[in-house]
Design a protein around this ligand. Sequence first.
Ligand code: G3I
Length: 370
Amino acid sequence: MNIAKPLVLLSAMLLISSCNSIPKNSGASLSLKNTYKKDFYIGAALDTNQIKETDPMVTDLIAKEFNSITAENCMKSMYVHPEKGKFDFKMSDQFVAFGEKKKMLIHGHTLIWHSQLAPWMAQIKDSVTMAEAITNHISTIVEKYKGRINSWDVVNEALNEDGTLRKTVFLDTYGKDYLSFAFKLAAKADPKTDLYYNDYNLCNAKKRKGAVELVKNLQKNGAKIDGVGEQAHWNLTSPSLDEIEKTILDFAELGVKVSFTEFDISVLPNPWDIVGADINQRAEASEKMNPYPNGLPDAIQIQLAARYEAIFKIFLKHQDKIDRVTFWGVNDKQSWLNDWPIKGRTNYPLLFDRESKPKKAYYSLIELNK
Ligand code: G3I
C-alpha cells in the first residue's frame, strides 16, 4: 500500500483548515456559552416560533450557544394580561418550560412598561384603580413563576432622554412612586428572583444620571433592586467605548448587577439624517436607507466583527460586574431591526445570519476569549 498519497491528502487538509476563519478549538464544545462561562451568562431573546420549537435546527443552536433566555414579546402585558383579571399564560408557560428543559437562566421581560401595554391598563384614570391593576398584574405573574424565573425586568423604559421620568399612564395616575410600589410587589411575590430596572441609551450621560438617581431612590425607599439592564441597541460607531465603560462603572458603584439585556448592532444608516419630502428624494433615500438587500459586503462584515470584539473586550475587563449579556434575537432574520425604524429593511445586527450560520462576528468573540 502506498502511504505517500494519504499523507499528501492529510497535509492538504491541514493546510485548508489552517486557512479558513474557524478557530482552532472548533468542535462539539465550541460555543459562546462555553467560551464565556467563567465571565457572564450569554443569552438570547426568543420569538414565538423559537419558543414553540418550530425549527429543530434553531432549537439545537439556541441550546448549544446560549445559557439564558428572555421572551422577546410573550410576557408583555398586552399578551399575558389582555383583559382585566384575565391572564393568558399559554406562550409564557412554553417559554419557561423551554428554559427549564435546557437548564437555562430564565429572564422575565417585562412587568411594567408603557408600550405593548394591555389596552385596559392604558385607560386607567385614577391612582386607586392603577394600584389595584399593578398589584394584580405583578403578584399574579411573579407568584405563578415563583422559583422558576431567575430575574425580572420589573420596570422598563421609565426615563426620558434627559433623565427625567417619562410621562406614562403609570406616572400620570399613581405618581412617581409607582416604581418603588412595583419593585416591592415583585419582591414580595418572589423574594429570591433578581429584580431589574431596564432601559435603552443608558450610555448617554444625562439619561444614565437619571437611571442612577432612579436606583438610588428605590434603595432609599426600601425597595429591593438587584440589577440594571442596559438594553444595548447600538450601531457601528455609537455609543463610544468610553461611554460603555462608564455605564458599567456607574451602575456597579450602586452595588447592583449590570447586564446588557437586548444587545444588537445595527449596520444600517439612520433615517433621521434625511430631510425633505420630495418624492424622488424619498425614493433615493429609501435605497440609501437599505443599502444591503442582497447580503452584507465583506468590509462591513469585518467592521461588525471588530465592533463586537471591541465591546466584548470591555465586557471582559469588567466581567466581575457583569451578570449577563443577552442578544436581542438569535439570527438576523428574526431581528426587530429589519422593521425599525423603517419597515422592511435588511439588517444584519446579530451573530448568526439568516440561515442561522455563525458570522465573522461570532468567530471573533470566540477567538477573543479562547
Ligand atoms: O401581535 C401581532 C401579530 O398578531 C401579527 O401577526 C404580527 C404581524 O407582524 O404582528 C404582531 O405584533 C408585533 C409584535 O412585535 C409581536 O411579534 C408588532 O407588530 C411589533 O411591533 C412588535 O415588535 C416588538 C417591539 O418590541 C414592540 O415594541 C419587537 O418584536 C420586539 O423585539 C421589541 O422589543 C423591545 C423590548 O421589548 C424593549 N426594548 C426595546 C425592544 C425593541 O423595540
